[in-house]
Design a protein around this ligand. Structure first.
Ligand SMILES: Nc1ncnc2c1ncn2[C@@H]1O[C@H](COP(=O)(O)OP(=O)(O)OP(=O)(O)O)[C@@H](O)[C@H]1O
Ligand SMILES: [Mg+2]
Length: 276
């Protein structure tokens, strides 16, 4: 995937004709990677997500906004296999998928960075990147954890993300931004198609916000769809191509970011503007 991106960049720099790889990426960008149709989720009497439909296309950053309790986390958790929808269907690359657990979503190339990050504070950055997917060496039944390989690969991932996080550092000693890089690093282990991020910039410093937004751009440039849940208007307007707004479980807007404004989105979030 990386090679294709590099090839297409090289051809653009040379100002030459469109290559096959350019055409491949253009075609891929037009195809919906994930299509949600009439998705709902209720918890007892609470209708957390109500009849939501949208599609996600490769290489797009989609800002998902809405007030507390609007249903954003519930929606991405359904895409990540944490919850099963009460109603509705999901299609990945045109094929309907039904997931029972997060592992199945991961096999489909869907990765999530949860609102609470779900990292183990007493482990190193590398151990967190590989948590549940540890590399081993030796021949069965004597298979031992291959720490050397994990440190090496984690180091490569952080370099690819242009993050200064070091594989051997303990997560409990890290800043919020470095923790985000570790959580995002986890999504880079496999060839993800879709990365869902739940409030990655909520609790970090201004400088670290810029770093996380750059990580998001790195993922997008690799052709990955990023869904960014955020309450922070400047972050969404600086990095997203499209914005989806939810209010009380319903989708009330879905439009290119260039066709909207922070004022309009605020109105949609609060209900001052009903729907667009
Ligand atoms: N596991 C659960 N059991 C019962 N109700 C839930 C559960 N998860 C979410 N809810 C309810 O569903 C609604 C939507 O919650 P959700 O977490 O999706 O909102 P959100 O948009 O992510 O909010 P926030 O911005 O505060 O993170 C809320 O009313 C919440 O109380
Ligand atoms: Mg949430």
């Amino acid at each position: 995937m990386e090679r294709r991106v590099r090839l297409s960049l090289a051809s653009k720099q040379a100002g030459s004709e469109r290559t096959d790889s350019d055409k491949f990426w253009e075609a891929r960008r037009l195809v919906a990677v994930l299509e949600l149709t009439n998705i709902s989720k209720h918890f007892g009497a609470i209708q957390a997500v109500n009849d939501v439909s949208f599609s996600l296309e490769a290489g797009q950053v989609v800002g998902l906004m809405g007030d507390n309790g609007a249903g954003k986390s519930t929606l991405v958790k359904m895409i990540a296999g944490n919850f099963r929808p009460s109603h509705g269907t999901m299609r990945l690359d045109g094929t309907e998928i039904v997931m029972h657990r997060p592992k199945e979503a991961r096999l489909h190339g869907i990765e999530i960075v949860h609102q609470d990050l779900a990292l183990c504070n007493n482990l190193t950055a590398a151990a967190n990147v590989f948590l549940g997917r540890e590399l081993r060496r030796g021949i069965w039944p004597i298979r031992i954890l291959d720490y050397k390989a994990m440190y090496k690969r984690a180091g490569e991932i952080f370099r690819e993300l242009k993050s200064e996080t070091r594989p051997r550092d303990l997560v409990k000693q890290m800043s919020g931004g470095q923790r985000q890089a570790v959580a995002i690093g986890r999504t880079m282990l496999s060839e993800a198609k879709i990365v869902l991020m739940d409030e990655p910039t909520a609790a970090i410093s201004v400088r670290q916000v810029a770093e996380v937004l750059n990580l998001i751009r790195e993922l997008r440039d690799r052709g990955i769809v990023v869904v960014l849940i955020s309450h922070r208007m400047p972050d969404v307007f600086s990095v997203a191509d499209r914005v989806i707004v939810m209010r009380r479980g319903r989708k009330v807007a879905d439009k290119p970011i260039a066709a909207s404004s922070p004022e309009e989105v605020t109105g949609l979030i609060t209900g001052a503007i009903e729907q667009v």
